[in-house]
Design a protein around this ligand. Structure first.
Ligand code: CLF
Ligand code: SF4
Length: 414
């Protein structure tokens, strides 16, 4: 499928990090994210392992395909589109499509009731035992639809206790919902934060709906910013892992995202996911219609690189849709439309799921060991300087393996 090169730090190789998996199966915009940062730790938390974080955090991230770069080769997530309404307007969004904060615009999801959503999750879980995470990511804002979101989460926390619960929000309603989030053990929350300066925000958000009225201009962004920061601090205080999504909009918030990274790190964000603006004129968004372009791969990488050393960066996001099902980058939502689910014989067998996941874990361990051994065989790691960098190229057909001849690779990423 693709080949990739990246600089790899020898200290990381010695620690047996998943450097090879970081280099392959990257989105076209991706760069190597395994090079080490300060104090000998991986600068990209999403690629960290059990040695890099407290055991309780590792336990939360190890099977989450978005929070652990390495897990996304093995474990799947799914979204249920139960949240159609939104309480703000982003200039990169057209409500006809899904929330572009956590999904790509241009694809309209099949909207579900909470009951339909629960049925769908159980159906997918019985067919795809490595599906470990359920996320609510639109098509509007999860917390602007609290009843449908929390009805779904409540039912799932009872019926499918092994599935991790995750949601994504613009943050406006977040401080009011932290208790509910904790009540249903929603362990992972994504907040889209595109600015910490309301003057910048005014170029992104024309209005918010707040306190029963529409607020516009800089005032709207000031309120949104304060709510986002408060919500983030409250989640951190309650031990909920947070990921910050930022949409990179060239000429609007590119430089500014470095400050965003600093501010969210200060408030305990676990990961920062800087995503490229998608703004095609045919999507009918304000940015699409006014010709605001998205960043090039180089511009995206430059901002991500400039943020190194701050909040840990996620670089394997696939900007998936609000009803995505499967491994990141492998969308199986078509197999689980409502009519197909009705015809399915759903058996949610917790023991079978656990047994299957244990097998996946073993396979993951053995792949990890194979990579460590292969790297040790390729490099005399004990006799080179720890800060030496080597350029490595690999080719892959996917699944986290180096399993393709270079002559057959069709795509090249760096
Ligand atoms: Fe979904 Fe988001 Fe949870 Fe993941 S997605 S709500 S954290 S389970 Fe993941 Fe998809 Fe990127 Fe989102 S690849 S768009 S970061
Ligand atoms: Fe659209 Fe999401 Fe922004 Fe709401 S938060 S306007 S759904 S992109």
């Amino acid at each position: 499928m693709s080949s990739a090169t990246t600089f790899v730090n020898i200290a990381d190789l010695r620690k047996g990090r998943q450097v090879v998996s970081q280099m392959i199966d990257l989105p076209a915009t991706g760069g190597g994210c395994g090079t080490s940062g300060g104090e000998g730790k991986a600068s990209c938390g999403s690629s960290g392992g059990p040695d890099d974080m407290p055991a309780e955090i590792w336990d939360k991230v190890k099977n989450h395909p978005c929070y652990s770069e390495e897990a996304h080769h093995h474990f799947a997530r799914m979204h249920v589109a139960v949240a159609p309404a939104c309480n703000i307007q982003c200039n990169y969004c057209n409500r006809k499509y899904d929330c572009s904060n956590e999904s790509r615009p241009g694809v309209v999801s099949q909207k579900l009731t909470s009951e339909q959503a629960v049925k769908k999750v159980l159906a997918v879980a019985s067919e795809i035992p490595q599906m470990t995470v359920l996320g609510i990511a639109g098509p509007g804002d999860a917390l602007a639809n609290p009843k449908k979101t929390f009805d779904t989460m409540r039912a799932l926390s009872e019926k499918a206790p092994d599935i991790k619960l995750c949601l994504s929000t613009n943050g406006l309603a977040l401080p009011d919902m932290v208790d509910e989030i904790c009540k249903y053990n929603i362990d992972h929350v994504t907040i889209t934060i595109n600015m910490v300066d309301p003057e910048v925000g005014a170029k992104i958000y024309p209005w918010i709906f707040w306190d029963h009225k529409r607020v516009t201009g800089v005032e709207a962004s000031r309120i949104l910013h304060e709510r986002q920061m408060l919500g983030l601090e409250m989640l951190t205080a309650r031990g909920v892992l947070t990921k910050i999504n930022s949409v990179l909009i060239p000429g609007v918030n590119d430089e500014h995202l470095i400050e965003v990274n600093r501010e969210v790190k200060k408030r305990g964000a676990f990961l920062h996911n800087i995503m490229p603006l998608i703004s095609e004129a045919e999507h009918g968004t304000v940015f699409g219609l006014t010709g605001q372009r998205g960043p090039t791969a180089q511009e995206l990488k430059a901002v991500q690189d400039a943020c190194m050393g701050g909040a840990n960066l996620m670089r394997h996001c696939r900007q998936c849709r609000a009803d995505a099902v499967g491994l990141l980058g492998e969308d199986r939502s078509e197999e689980f439309t409502l009519d197909k689910i009705e015809a399915m014989d759903v058996v949610y067998d917790l023991d079978k799921r656990r047994a299957y996941q244990a097998k996946v874990e073993l396979e993951r361990e053995s792949q990890h060991q194979a990579k460590v051994d292969a790297l040790a065989a390729a490099f005399d790691l004990e006799n080179v300087a720890a800060d030496m960098k080597v350029l490595v190229a690999v080719a892959t057909e996917g699944h986290g393996k180096v399993n393709q001849h270079f002559g057959h690779a069709t795509e090249f990423v760096r």
